[in-house]
Design a protein around this ligand. Structure first.
Ligand SMILES: Cc1cc2nc3c(=O)[nH]c(=O)nc-3n(C[C@H](O)[C@H](O)[C@H](O)COP(=O)(O)OP(=O)(O)OC[C@H]3O[C@@H](n4cnc5c(N)ncnc54)[C@H](O)[C@@H]3O)c2cc1C
Length: 382
């Protein structure tokens, strides 16, 4: 068993860290304050291959695997979780759904520009009445000769306002329940398709989270993604990979919070010495570092499994997501505590990590839902 990263993987990590610290870090507080979507860094993310990490070069991707993908999300999120989630929703939800279930024509037409970062992707499963219970999807798609007509509203779609391509789930046969839900590719500018309310959020404020509205949105029949009725099952396969990216997002923010806490503890003096000299602070740092490392092992194990051929990794990706996101919340909490009053103000990164990490225990399935997934696997239930 070899826990070392290859030279190429270490080099990838160094180059993303350099980019994140040089070109993202100086702006994060300003972007957060005004909820600015950082369109200006999209071309650079594309140039670095980060908008098509896991896709083959023949489709314009970087031709790398989940290990490299996790390195990318971890390093971006160590500096800004918002950039991490923008990249994650684009890669492992929207683009990956097309890669895994799309026809060759769909891959050429939609995946190639997405993987090259010429277009941005979004993925809409959640609805106001269908969150954890995605089988309760109400958006409908009705066949009309060689078209589909979509009606309904999605909520909480990451990149909703900025996406050129949206993969959306809709009911095509109500009588079949979850087996009557299908996936569709909808392009920006299609009449009847428009982003709605942009959410004003606790954290991840530089990422866009929006409603997506379909009103008599007519799309060609060839925009059905995968087989009719398999959109719900397909979504769960996509979430297996997506959850690894949320785990990586949590890991990166936890590492960022730990680094900030160590730095501050060494600088801050009270009672005539650095607070890092107090055993109470040392114990906090030791617990934080140990938990981050344990999370890292689970996240990279899940990524390694995802890179193997024909291996199911539902359980491992849920475990990584559950553990890393709960660790990130605890570590960000301790980071604020170590900063004392300065952890509560916006001159230090602690308060932003504290706000941003909470999303990781909710997005792509809450911690409670991850436990249900893990238990189902343990008990041999479908
Ligand atoms: C910033 C952000 C970005 C997002 N991006 C996307 C995106 O790009 N695409 C997309 O489709 N969705 C996205 N989501 C939606 C996200 O996946 C859902 O919010 C999440 O799945 C939970 O659904 P819900 O919010 O409706 O909560 P609910 O399902 O209403 O859950 C409320 C509470 O009840 C608990 N609960 C529900 N069912 C059970 C159960 N069976 N057993 C035990 N407890 C249960 C939950 O754990 C939670 O604590 C995003 C959300 C946010 C906040």
């Amino acid at each position: 068993m070899d826990f070392n990263f290859s030279d190429e993987q270490n080099q990838l990590r160094r180059s993303i860290r350099e980019f994140a610290e040089g070109e993202i870090a100086p702006h994060v507080m300003e972007w957060d304050e005004v909820s600015h979507f950082p369109s200006e860094i999209i071309p650079k993310l594309a140039e670095m291959g980060l908008l098509g990490v896991i896709f083959p070069e023949e489709y314009g991707g970087a031709g790398l695997g989940y290990i490299e993908y996790v390195i990318a999300i971890e390093e971006l999120s160590r500096v800004d979780g918002s950039v991490g989630i923008i990249v994650a929703a684009h890669n492992s939800l929207c683009s990956n759904h097309i890669f895994k279930f799309g026809s060759e024509e769909q891959k050429q037409k939609y995946l190639s520009p997405l993987a090259q970062g010429k277009k941005i992707g979004a993925w809409s499963l959640t609805e106001p009445e269908a969150g954890s219970d995605a089988g309760g999807t109400r958006t409908t798609a009705t066949r009309d000769s060689n078209h589909w007509i979509i009606n309904g509203a999605k909520t909480f779609t990451t990149n909703g306002h900025y996406a050129d391509v949206c993969v959306a789930m809709a009911v095509t046969d109500k009588s079949k329940n979850s087996h009557g839900i299908s996936a569709f590719i909808v392009e920006k500018g299609t009449p009847g398709f428009q982003p709605g309310k942009k959410e004003n959020k606790l954290g991840m404020r530089a990422s866009d989270t929006s409603e997506v509205i379909f009103s008599d949105c007519r799309i060609p029949q060839e925009n059905l993604l995968g087989n009719e009725g398999e959109g719900f099952i397909g979504s769960f396969k996509i979430l297996d990979g997506g959850r690894i990216s949320i785990a990586a997002l949590a890991l990166g923010m936890a590492q960022g919070a730990l680094d900030a806490a160590v730095k501050y503890a060494k600088q801050r003096k009270q009672f005539g010495q650095a607070i890092s000299e107090f055993q109470a602070i040392q114990f906090k740092l030791a617990d934080m570092a140990t938990e981050v490392e344990a999370a890292r092992l689970l996240v990279y194990q899940a990524a390694w499994l995802a890179d193997q051929k024909d291996v199911r990794f539902t359980r491992e990706s849920s475990m990584a997501k559950l553990f890393a996101s709960e660790v990130a919340v605890r570590v960000a909490n301790e980071c604020v505590q170590i900063h004392g009053g300065y952890g509560f103000i916006k001159d230090y990164p602690a308060e932003k990590f504290y706000r941003d990490v909470k999303l990781c225990t909710i997005g792509e399935g809450t911690s409670e839902i991850q436990k249900l997934v893990i238990a189902r696997q343990l008990l041999g239930k479908k």
